[in-house]
Design a protein around this ligand. Sequence first.
Ligand code: KG4
Ligand code: ZN
Length: 356
Amino acid sequence: MLILGIETSCDETSVAVVEDGVRVLSNVISSSKAAFERLAGVIPEQAARKQIECIIPVLNDAMTQATVSWNTIDAIAVTKGPGLLGSLLVGTATARALASVHAKPLIGVHHTLGHLVSTWLEHGMIVTDRSAVPGLPEFPFMTLSVSGGHTDLWVRTSAVSGTLVGRTRDDAAGEAFDKGASMLGLPYPGGPSVAKAAEHGDEKRFPFPLPLHGEDTLDFSCSGLKTALRYLLRDQGVTDPAAMPDQLRADIAASFQYGICRHLLDRVTRALEKHPNMKELHIVGGVSANSRLRAMAAELLPHIRVRVPSTLAYCTDNAAMIASAGFFLLQQDPDTARSAFATTASLSLEESLLSR
Ligand code: KG4
Ligand code: ZN
């Protein structure tokens, strides 16, 4: 079954063609991130205008690269929310028009569900040996979903069902990277720029607190790390982050990155103790691209198979994961494609599973 996926929830415009939820025939992504590099985040109106301009060329590229024609596409899946409303509307309006013109079923997909199935794409990758894994994941398994908008821990019982067992109480992990980067005078998006600055830094030089350690909860909290960063910069006498010595910036970035990764994995360790029957741990979402997080997961969790998306493009926002989610929703309930859906800026987390 071939599904065409469309994702426009933030500053990316992406269209993909995916076969049977796993095989990616094309995944074209156009991003306006560079336009926001000097700012601490995205300007929604500007992002949506760019998306209007590029959605059709991106669609055409995705169809050409996949070498498919409309009569071979079985259904269209599109991100219905959450995200920036203007951006989402570009995707859903395009998808509705295409579905109507080509008489295809249309599936509205929660953005988070896309991330949750991203380890199915090309079977994902095992962090310890970077190998591809033959076959699909075995249930039940745990997913740490870490992006700019959420930090969630799920116990998964199928591709599109599971239980949310932990979530952030304040900032999402990606948001902490983004805000930390801005405090360090590094460009948006913060995750990649903190990671790059950290490459030659000493991550043990400045110890950060370990939030919620010892508490009987599987929740996360990153805001204390951000506050600790603010105090650290003050104590180091940094008034202008742009003028900070490179080595100091590298050491602080490395220590901050280590603090976030240690917190995420500390909570996961506790969660795996509470749920000892988990067959694997999956890490998905933009922050799963972080190589220090991957290395630390392999090191700190040697007793469980840790799977991440097979390429960095499937960690951050992309349409292949939306097409894959559409496939699994259809498999679970063929009526999915008949249900009407609204385009919504905010959509509850629990709705991401079994969503209509
Ligand atoms: O999943 P995603 O592309 O969009 C959302 O759904 O939010 O995640 C974007 C987030 C941003 O906060 C970005 O800073 C973070 O993922 N990110 C990273 C890395 N690449 C992207 N964080 C840490 N290390 C990275 N290499
Ligand atoms: Zn995302």
